[in-house]
Design a protein around this ligand. Structure first.
Ligand code: FRU
Length: 496
């Protein structure tokens, strides 16, 4: 397409978005989690700190609340909590991206913002994925590079099939630019390729960074590689990772591979691998580094192959991003905490201290709202079983349980609101994860936004879930067998 034609197709999409966003049914819309103005959203893309603002792009199909030919939606924020929608940045307009501008990343060079994305083409039943560049002077309007694709069959050679070759994450090192790109081996194992460039426009194959084993999934999507706290961390989203004890029961998972990259050879030695989030709705995380040198991660707060109630109910939207989380590496484990900016938006309204609950249930009425926040310090050292019921209505609740013996924390959305079926062979309604007590305590931080819950447990584990309540439930309760001591319980809400 000529520049003028591209502009007009972008204008057409933006016009459609403006005209149709009023159709949205707000019942399940979030307060402070980023969603598209209308239509379908999946992966975070192009997460970058540019000219003092965070830019977050996303996989976007504005025309329906299901996945379709991908565009890049775009939003900016000064604090990662308040988001402003910008015009659609990329639309599938060229022969090399005609069936979708798939996931990718962003980087600043010489004051300009560059996007690197996958051009997706389907022809005669075959898929071709190549890597493309678009750039912008103002961070709003993007022009696709005249020599796109910048990585295609010639550059990739025999190292991957173009059928599964996507999701470039670009980054800079002293000696130039690199991109990690997802692919797979001929016998269906994940494979991450490394490419190198001096100018972001001409790329050459550098190395195979890492190949997976049979148990580690048939394809690795959305890789991201960064150095943090003395370690190299590769995060990615494996499809069909073999479940291992409490990890990877979802068909599509996320995993952190922690170790060291040998940059001479371009290979990674992995010292530890673990799942990133222990919920049912967390996928395709991407990170950026900001002006304060914080490594921040955002993920798609949904999952492939699951029912999408907001689509089924004709609410004209589907998909949201998680709360941005700051990352650290401790003892070869990736640790997440809510981005600190969120605390400036918190309003506390109740604090409870030193409540002893012994073989009984204590209810707190009318305290669990759409945008509730809770911080609790629980002494569980003498608690045989504990269940915290959240969003409790006359019939059901979301259940958060802890077992002192096994130190397993579980979250269950069974029989709560709309039933959400997925591609897993058995319906998954709950997840469990091991959370060691710290001095007999369990410290939980819970962020609820209208239809999501994000739980941070003992600063070690996170669990992210969506849920779609039918009857509003504003109560919570603590049920204990044995003796549970609530050291403190602070309740509040995130105000936007
Ligand atoms: C991950 C993913 C990516 C792809 C994009 C398409 O969720 O499958 O691999 O680029 O979504 O929307």
């Amino acid at each position: 397409m000529t520049k003028k034609e591209t502009l007009s197709s972008i204008q057409k999409v933006n016009h459609f978005v403006d005209e149709n966003k009023k159709l949205i049914d707000p019942s399940y819309r979030h307060h402070y989690h980023l969603m598209a103005p209308v239509g379908w959203l999946n992966d975070p893309n192009g997460f970058v700190y540019f000219r003092g603002e965070y830019h977050l792009f996303y996989q976007y199909y504005p025309y329906d609340s299901v996945w379709g030919p991908m565009h890049w939606g775009h939003a900016t924020s000064k604090d990662l909590i308040h988001w402003e929608h910008l015009p659609v940045a990329l639309a599938p307009t060229e022969p090399y991206d005609k069936d979708g501008c798939f996931s990718g990343s962003a980087i600043e060079k010489d004051g300009k913002l560059y996007l690197m994305y996958t051009g997706h083409v389907e022809e005669n039943g075959k898929v071709y994925q190549t890597q493309c560049i678009a750039s912008s002077e103002d961070g709003v309007h993007f022009e696709k590079h005249i020599n796109n694709p910048v990585i295609g069959k010639i550059e990739v050679g025999e190292h991957a099939e173009l059928q599964d070759f996507r999701d470039p994450k670009v980054f800079e090192r002293e000696d130039g630019y690199y991109a990690v790109i997802a692919s797979k081996t001929e016998d269906n194992r994940g494979k991450i390729l490394l490419f190198k460039s001096d100018d972001l426009l001409e790329w050459s194959f550098y190395s195979v960074l890492l190949e997976g084993t049979k148990d580690q999934g048939i394809m690795w999507e959305c890789p991201d590689l960064f150095h943090l706290d003395g370690k190299d961390v590769l995060i990615m989203s494996p499809i069909q990772m073999t479940p291992d004890k409490l990890e990877y029961p979802n068909t599509s998972s996320t995993a952190a591979f922690i170790g060291e990259v040998d940059w001479e050879k371009g290979t990674m030695t992995v010292e530890n691998i673990h799942e990133i989030d222990f919920g049912l709705d967390f996928y395709a995380p991407q990170t950026t580094i900001d002006g304060n040198n914080r490594r921040i991660m955002v993920a798609w707060m949904q999952m492939w192959g699951r029912d999408m109630p907001t689509h089924d109910l004709n609410h004209h939207w589907a998909g949201a991003m998680t709360l941005p989380r700051e990352l650290k590496v401790k003892d070869n484990v990736l640790i997440q905490r809510p981005v600190s900016n969120i605390y400036s938006s918190l309003e506390y309204y109740t604090g409870i201290e030193n409540v002893v609950i012994e073989n009984r249930t204590v209810n707190y009425r009318n305290v669990f709202f759409d945008n509730s926040y809770m911080h609790m310090v629980l002494d569980v050292s003498q608690t045989d079983e504990m269940t915290i019921r959240l969003a409790k209505n006359s019939k059901s609740s979301l259940a958060l349980m802890y077992d002192k013996e096994t130190e397993i924390l579980s979250f269950d959305r069974k029989n709560f609101g709309y039933n959400i079926k997925g591609s897993e062979s058995e319906q998954l309604t709950s997840r469990q994860t091991h959370v060691p007590m710290i001095n007999g305590q369990l410290v939980l931080e819970i962020f609820r936004d209208t239809s999501s819950i994000e739980i941070f447990a003992n600063g070690l584990k996170t669990m992210t879930f969506t849920f779609y309540e039918i009857e509003k439930g504003k109560d919570i309760s603590f049920e204990a067998k044995g003796l549970l001591q609530i050291g403190s319980l602070e309740m509040g809400s995130v105000k936007i």
